[in-house]
Design a protein around this ligand. Sequence first.
Ligand SMILES: *Cc1c(COP(=O)(O)O)cnc(C)c1O
Length: 220
Amino acid sequence: MDLDAIRENTIKLLATLPAGVTLVAAGKTRTPKQLAAAVEGGVGIIGHNYVQEAKRCIEALGRKVKWHCIGHLQRNKAKQAAQLFDMIETVDSLKIGSALDQACAALGKIMPVLIEINSAEEDNKAGALPADVAALVKDLSALDHVRVEGLMTMGPWTEDPEKIRPYLRRTKELFDELAETRHPNAVMRHLSMGMSNSYLVAIEEGATMVRIGTRLFSPR
Ligand SMILES: *Cc1c(COP(=O)(O)O)cnc(C)c1O
């Protein structure tokens, strides 16, 4: 897809988002030029799944936009992730949270993080189970260099966005419950859910961040 089309797609999509909903451009497999076109269209955050790919794009585009980690993070990548990203949306264990905390302490940085929820409790899927999230927030809130700012979920993959609605709703319920239990170092500010085929449903269910690739950049 040409760069003008990407810019136009971004402008149009941003115009349809209600106030309080932030667009994250899901940048995997896109070239820095394509990402720059989305930035020209007005997007302020780019999400990446892989540290190496993010690094290349950040070197090309710089820090005029924010960079979010939206892919599963391995502990041995925590140091690089701490340097590169402005937010990690995919913390799902104390183990990865502690690794980030250590890396951020060395950098003198406090990393905003979201907790990824395995909202459909699928086997072999990243994310904390709903039943474990309260304890995880409590544990993470004891760390000085990560700050929990909300939740993120993918939901099961399906063509029909109505089929993920219950899992998005479940995640919003968790978000509201956690907002009630106040931890000193954790706030429920961002709820990141919804992709190209599901973002409208996700917004209806309370998303404050939507992560969109295909609809901006054309099918991969
Ligand atoms: C690719 C990706 C998206 C966006 O998916 P599209 O269907 O291309 O909009 C959102 N979130 C994550 C974690 C992704 O990897």
